[in-house]
Design a protein around this ligand. Structure first.
Ligand code: CDP
Ligand code: MG
Length: 688
């Protein structure tokens, strides 16, 4: 029944009337740009049309038939949910004719002909097979998002197809590339691709009225403020507006969970006889939607709510273009997004909450006008719009570190990958590193451990850092206390003195437990996250085993203390993330920026700062302060040779950030302390 509905719906989508034209256009062109309003059917339908086309013309295109159609998505959730939907429409079980592949999760078989995947996965495939010989058509979806990997793929595919020699090498039939985008900047795209045709799917949109509020001004970036405000506005909409679903845009998992908790609580006390204006509305169905949610829960958001019930989806930016939720009439826009940015205050890439761009705000509002006129409630003021929101979102390639991508490109033999030619060849180590779908620092630490024969310490840590947060922190204050206590206990039991060993210990304890899911529940640990960590660890181990079999896999000897081994391996990878304690609980990063950072309260080392001197950390979180997360104490002499620049850092030099946050008195004290320390050559504790 559901499948029939889906099929019926798909014939009503705007793209349906253009099926034949699109099929022909792909046949006739190497590159094609396809654009159309969000929800017109590009992602779910076009791959099916191309697949059918190949089937129908099988006689002529026998060779194509055995090849795949690959569709990339910048977000893993989109790849998974869309593949699910399309497998339903094509009456096959997921993983057979229609499948998906995202990092650490490959749901494809030899039968898979329509393959949805993240752009990162296709980039890895290109590494192994530059002409993508398995594919007849590659569709780069959501190109307007300008994700780093999609941009790189665009460049690489353009280069490959523009040289006929390269393009046909190892291929039986020419590759076709379709680039899909929401209605933005398609002309630029076409010019970039040598003036290829642009196919626009005409769509109808309905007017959306937008209303600003004064709740969020230019200075209100605390999550507690905007979470509270979106909840209030969503409830106002629910009680005062006529039927129609609500879509709330928030920043990330924890904010979404908080908002949903608050909504559940408040929605319970609504008296539908008196409080709600539209008496046909008799309940509120609250559904979260974020990247790392279990997929069976994600499915729910696409289903229509029961009669009389209003659906309220609280989502990240994923609902802006990647996924279309039918029936939405009201938007509540927080005005913020969680984005990976190169933060010049700290000189590193940080996932941070920033105001969205004006074009993004318009895209969000547009989600309310797909099937009828809608309303968008912005919780921010016109001043916020003017002063804080840029016109357009800066493409990821211009705002994040390119380390991993440049390594990939160089391994592919692309050496002119930046305006400044990148000198140097990839070392053997670099070639090994590129095999791991992990951040370079973590990969380096893992390879170091492997070369010293202690990969069992690092593999679980790398896996744990590759899945969603494993620690549960309930919203209820009492439960929160209990969870914190349990987590502390886990740390103590492990005898762990840092957050990396804590991760290792949780992994090992859970794995050794007879009833792992109960163990997790008891210790406030996400069982689902741990399950993924187990699977990720196995996959990383497989990659490592494959590399270790090679003759020239590096092996080293370690002469130091055994208990140092683990931390020294970490230092090899994280030498760029070093901080030294300066005043009280304040640490100073040693990357040349000298930013003032604090240990995040979730760390096992929180509140023990006084006993620490040098530390390394996995990542940073910027709110009103800069926090370092997943921290490990180290010794200066372990990193000093890895980062010669460290010597040049003048620890007295306080950055502008420091001046903002540390009082003059504290600075004076610190300087005296530092001077004394230099004189005596001892540690801070020796002096004070
Ligand atoms: O890619 P584009 O934005 O043009 O549209 P689409 O993602 O192909 O969506 C077409 C229709 O399929 C929309 O009405 C979606 O709501 C629906 N859809 C769905 O019901 N379930 C999914 N998992 C994905 C899409
Ligand atoms: Mg789409």
């Amino acid at each position: 029944m559901k499948t029939q509905n889906a099929l019926h719906e798909s014939k009503n989508l705007p793209i349906y009337q253009h099926k034949a034209t699109l099929q022909q256009a792909v046949k006739d062109n190497s590159f094609l740009v396809v654009t159309g309003e969000t929800g017109s059917g590009k992602t779910t339908q076009l791959p099916q049309y191309l697949h059918q086309n190949i089937k129908l013309t099988r006689k002529l295109y026998t060779l194509y038939y055995s090849l795949r159609i690959g569709i990339t998505q910048p977000r893993r959730v989109a790849a998974i949910t869309v593949a699910q939907r399309v497998s339903q429409e094509m009456h096959c079980s997921l993983g057979r004719e229609v499948g998906y592949q995202v990092r650490f999760d490959d749901c494809t078989t030899q039968d898979t002909v329509v393959k949805y995947m993240t752009d990162g996965c296709l980039l890895r495939e290109i590494l192994a097979d530059p002409v993508l010989s398995q594919y007849s058509v590659v569709i780069l979806d959501e190109a307007h998002e300008r994700s780093l990997n999609t941009d790189i793929l665009l460049g690489l595919l353009k280069q490959t197809l523009s040289s006929p020699d390269k393009a046909s090498k190892g291929r039986s039939v020419p590759l076709k590339v379709v680039v899909m985008s929401a209605t933005l900047e398609t002309d630029k795209l076409s010019v970039f691709l040598g003036g290829c045709p642009v196919f626009t799917i005409p769509g109808r949109t309905f007017p959306v009225t937008s209303k600003f509020s004064c709740a969020i001004g230019p200075k209100d970036t605390e999550s507690s403020v905007y979470v509270k405000e979106v909840v209030k506005v969503a409830l106002d909409v629910h009680t005062s507006e006529m039927a129609g679903d609500i879509l709330v845009f928030l920043t990330g998992q924890s904010e979404i969970e908080k908002a949903c908790d608050m909504l559940y609580e408040k929605a319970e006390s609504i008296d539908y006889r008196y409080d709600v204006q539209d008496h046909k509305v008799e309940g509120l169905l609250i559904l979260p939607l974020y990247g790392s949610m279990p997929t069976d829960q994600q499915k729910q958001i696409f289903q229509p709510p029961p009669p009389g019930i209003r659906k309220c989806v609280v989502a990240t930016n994923i609902a802006a273009t990647s996924l279309t939720i039918n029936g939405v009439k009201y938007i509540v826009d927080s005005g913020f997004v969680k984005q990976l940015n190169h933060n010049s205050r700290v000189g590193m890439d940080i996932l941070e909450v920033v105001p969205i761009s004006k074009s993004e705000a318009l895209q969000r509002a547009g989600r309310a006008g797909r099937t009828s006129a809608g309303k968008c409630f912005r919780i921010y003021s016109p001043a916020f719009w003017e002063k804080c929101m840029p016109e357009y979102t800066v493409p990821e390639i211009q705002r994040t570190s390119l380390t991993a991508v440049i390594l990939t490109l160089k391994c592919l033999g692309v050496h002119d990958c930046s305006e400044k030619p990148v000198r140097g060849k990839v070392t053997r180590l670099g070639e090994l590193m590129v095999e791991f779908p992990l951040p370079p620092g973590l990969t380096r630490a893992l390879l170091q451990a492997a070369s010293l024969g202690c990969e069992d310490l690092l593999l679980p840590v790398a896996a744990m850092l590759s899945v969603e947060n494993i620690f549960i922190r309930p919203g209820h204050p009492e439960k929160q206390k209990e969870a914190d206590k349990k987590h502390r206990q886990l740390g103590v039991q492990a005898g762990s003195c840092n957050d990396f060993t804590m991760l290792l210990s949780v992994f090992e304890k859970c794995k050794a437990s007879d009833a792992p899911s109960a163990w997790c529940k008891d210790n406030y640990i996400h069982w689902r996250a741990l399950k993924s960590a187990f699977s990720v660890e196995t996959q990383l181990r497989e990659i490592l085993l494959r590399l270790q079999k090679k003759r020239d896999f590096p092996m080293e000897k370690f002469n130091g203390n055994k208990s140092e081994l683990f931390r020294r391996c970490l230092c090899t990878g994280y030498f760029t993330n070093v901080a030294r304690r300066s005043v009280g609980k304040v640490f100073c990063t040693m990357d040349g920026h000298g930013s003032m950072v604090h240990i995040h309260p979730s760390s096992t080392l929180f509140d023990q700062e006084a006993q620490l001197d040098w530390v390394i950390f996995h990542d940073l979180l910027v709110t009103s302060r800069i926090y370092i997360r997943t921290v490990c104490p180290i010794r200066y002499d372990w990193v000093k040779d890895l980062l010669p620049k460290l010597h040049e850092v003048d620890v007295y030099e306080l950055s502008s950030v420091a001046r903002e946050e540390v009082t003059d008195e504290e600075v004076a004290k610190w300087v005296t302390k530092e001077a004394a320390k230099r004189q005596t050559g001892g540690s801070a504790e020796d002096v004070f």
